[in-house]
Design a protein around this ligand. Structure first.
Ligand code: CO8
Length: 267
């Protein structure tokens, strides 16, 4: 029997769409506000992602925005407008970004329209970004008197390089999908109405891989941006060695030698 899941207000949770076993589809669902990221929405998103991360059956997550105009046009400015440094510090509501970053499942952002400010930061908190030709990425916070606060100065810089990140962040200019692809932020650009299907197809491919190796590889690739080279190489080698304690390593190599498709167990 399927366990009842807590109701969500701002995140639509669709269990694997037909033909996409193991791929969960999450939708930021505030289209009237261009899916602006309120604190409650982000908390819900982190809760759902954490639940999927632990359920043992989900293999990949596709995250998209409701409607055709935006993935997310940023943090909810009406909510941010009332903040003070003391409140931001004491209420700890930015901790939610660490919870999203800690998710071990592969996360794929399917971006149509605006991915701005916190919306761009959320897409960059995913592991892969598939963009529609109508996508626009940017960190326009400077235009409303602040700066990126959920990873934009760090992740955008790592993704597109200092020169372009500096320009985008200091001017608030946005990039179209082609520029974001050329700059290395985006994995694939497809016609706007094909974004979701392309992201789900990418999810299918990843979901068909051995799950422990997928998680270990995701962790290791992220460490490339967090660790000095020598430490990253050591961490990679340790993770590689650990996979030799898994059934899936034995199965994968045996299947290769027996010239058949592997049957993963996730153990
Ligand atoms: N917050 C709240 N409401 C928003 C936001 C937003 N970020 N973006 C759009 N909306 C609302 C509009 O107010 C409008 O509502 P209404 O219909 O009730 O007036 C509706 O969405 C549609 O928007 P527009 O009418 O403005 O649509 P346009 O097509 O004219 O313009 C734009 C689209 C260019 C995307 C425009 O809406 C815009 O500039 N939005 C703000 C973009 C922005 O500055 N984003 C950065 C926000 S700050 C931030 O993200 C900081 C991140 C820090 C960490 C995150 C912590 C949670």
């Amino acid at each position: 029997m399927t366990k009842a899941q807590p109701a969500t207000r701002f995140i639509r949770v669709d269990a694997p769409p037909d033909g996409h076993d193991g791929v969960a589809l999450l939708t930021l669902d505030r289209p009237a506000a261009l899916n602006a990221l309120s604190f409650d929405l982000l908390d819900e998103l982190a809760d759902v992602m954490t639940r999927l991360d632990r359920d043992g059956t989900t293999r990949a997550v596709v995250l998209t925005g409701a409607g055709t105009r935006a993935f997310a046009a940023g943090a909810d400015i009406t909510e941010l407008a009332a903040q003070t440094p003391e409140r931001l510090t004491s209420e700890g509501r930015f901790d939610v970004w660490d919870r999203i970053w800690a998710v071990g499942l592969p996360l794929i952002a399917a971006v149509r329209g605006y991915a701005l400010g916190g919306g761009c930061e959320l897409a960059m908190s995913c592991d892969l970004i598939v963009a529609g030709e109508d996508a626009r990425f940017g960190q326009p916070e400077i235009r409303i008197g602040v700066m990126p606060g959920a990873g934009g100065t760090q992740r955008l810089t790592r993704a597109v390089g200092t020169a372009r990140a500096m320009e985008l962040i200091l001017t608030g200019r946005t990039m179209d999908a082609a520029e974001a692809r050329a700059a290395g932020l985006v994995t694939r650009v497809v016609p706007a109405d094909e974004v979701l299907e392309a992201a789900l197809a990418l999810g299918d491919v990843i979901a068909s891989m051995p799950p422990l190796a997928v998680r270990a590889a995701k962790r290791a690739v992220r460490q490339a941006e967090e660790l000095p080279l020598r430490a990253g190489l050591q961490a990679e080698r340790a993770a590689f060695f650990e996979l030799f304690a898994t059934d899936d390593q034995r199965e994968g190599m045996r299947a290769f030698m027996e010239k058949r498709a592997p049957a993963w167990t996730g153990r």
